[in-house]
Ligand binder design. Sequence first.
Ligand SMILES: [Zn+2]
Length: 92
Amino acid sequence: MAQRAGFTLEEIKHLTGPTARRAETSDRVHELADRKLPEIERLITRAQAVHEWLALAATCDCRTVDVCSLFTDPALAPPPGGLGALASDASG
Ligand SMILES: [Zn+2]
């Protein structure tokens, strides 16, 4: 279950392993939440930016990137980092 929530094995061990039994569970869980919440919120923000851009891209019928506003209009530029950054964030 914890792994499905996006925790690494190391983080799960930190929560449930032998050393965790010497500390209040709520302290451990709060510590993890404090560390992971900003991380996940950044990921959601970036995912939403990528989602918006992809939704626009789905409506594109340009023949070349030179005429495509997704690439020529700075306001519509692809989100920095894009999907590659999302994937590397998720694994590390
Ligand atoms: Zn286009």
